[in-house]
Design a protein around this ligand. Structure first.
Ligand code: IPM
Ligand code: MG
Length: 356
């Protein structure tokens, strides 16, 4: 089969890690006889430098006409002073919205060989954890009404958190469907002791749960959830939450797995198309040094194979190769301990390719 993939390398370490993922995809293509056709487009700061805007129309068009999208990361100090509609982050938000990618899946899995890199104590980790964060991605405060005005107290600014029943229902269904294939437990995270939008969220999630009698549903307030993921991450299977809470909790969970350089993500809508990207940012401090960890992006490519192209064997193959590289002790600097000699982005890529 042939698959058309739009590639947005982005800024900072984005190009380095995306190149790693493409090499691994090519090895998969050779082994399983698939053809991946890449079309590179610009988004983020690099697009701003060329087009004067972070998300050019051509990029949106190419992404829309591709089977799927692989993205590195966007942003950097160079563009930090731009007005909000020109900032590199607008590119990611714009792509999510334009393509209707409302469901963000972020698996927080602690790979066994990385147990020592987790900041958690061994007795809390036990035999590991596997949390799937299902984050709503095209609604809430990220996309609500916003503005600023002059007041007697100086300038004031606001961003509104608003959710409709439809938006909550469709993301809740995704979370319950994922849980059905896993350990059948959903924890919905909100702030319904304070926020009206959270009360609606909770009511709709309760309604949806009636269609899934096998699933155990519980609710946590977000402050408590932030504490519980550290205190006892093993209690979680699927975490269902809003755009903002999911952004925060997924960074927290990522570091529990050893490094933010390990976590992939899938952003999905109706139909097979998705946007696949590591959850980490562009890491300007290490950009261009060839030492970024490519694993999160390589695992994002695996998610693309599984969720966009339904190539499960192929996705398993990538995950097994990553696991083996870690098991055999290969470490980039973010996951290396003092005694270990860190390897480069390219070396890690070669090692993983060798295990495909
Ligand atoms: C993420 C990022 C983005 C977000 C930024 C870059 C807009 O932090 O994907 O988690 O807030 O969603
Ligand atoms: Mg984030």
């Amino acid at each position: 089969m042939e698959y058309k993939i739009a590639v947005v390398k982005g800024d900072g370490i984005g190009p380095e890690v995306v190149e790693g993922a493409i090499e691994v995809l090519n090895s998969i293509g050779e082994k399983f006889k698939h053809k991946f056709i890449y079309k590179e487009v610009l988004a983020g700061g690099s697009a701003y430098d060329v087009y004067g805007e972070p998300l050019p129309k051509e990029t949106i068009d190419v992404c829309k006409s591709s089977d799927s999208i692989l993205l590195g990361a966007v942003g950097g100090v160079k563009w930090d002073r731009l007005p909000s509609d020109k900032r590199p982050e607008r590119a990611i938000l714009g792509l999510r919205k334009e393509l209707g990618l409302y469901a963000n899946i972020r698996p927080g899995i602690l790979f066994d060989p990385l147990k020592d890199s987790s900041p958690l104590k061994a007795e809390i980790i036990g035999d590991g954890f596997d949390i799937c964060v299902v984050r709503e991605l095209t609604g809430g405060i990220y996309f609500g009404e916003r503005g600023s005005r002059e007041t007697e107290l100086g300038q004031s600014a606001y961003d509104i958190e608003e959710y409709s029943e439809m938006e909550v229902r469709r993301i809740a269904k995704i979370a319950f469907d994922f849980a059905m294939k896993r350990n059948k437990k959903v924890t919905s995270v909100d702030k319904s002791n304070v926020l009206e939008s959270s009360r609606l969220w909770r009511r709709v999630v309760e309604q949806v749960s009636k269609d899934y009698p096998e699933i155990e549903l519980n609710h946590l307030y977000v402050d408590n959830a932030a504490m519980q993921v550290i205190r006892d991450p093993k209690q979680f299977d699927v975490i269902l939450t809003t755009n903002l809470f999911g952004d925060i909790l997924s960074d927290e969970i990522s570091v529990l797995t050893g490094s933010i350089g390990m976590l992939p993500s899938a952003s999905l809508g109706e139909g097979g198309k998705g946007l696949f990207e590591p959850i980490h940012g562009s890491a300007p401090d290490i950009a261009g040094q060839g030492k970024a960890n490519p694993i999160a992006t390589i695992l994002s490519a695996a998610m693309m194979l599984r969720y966009s192209f339904n190539l499960r064997k192929e996705a398993d193959c990538i995950e097994a190769a990553v696991n083996r590289a870690l098991k055999e002790g290969y470490r980039t600097s973010d996951i290396a301990r003092n005694a270990e000699n860190p390897i480069s982005t390219k070396e890690m890529t070669e090692i993983i390719k060798g295990f495909i």
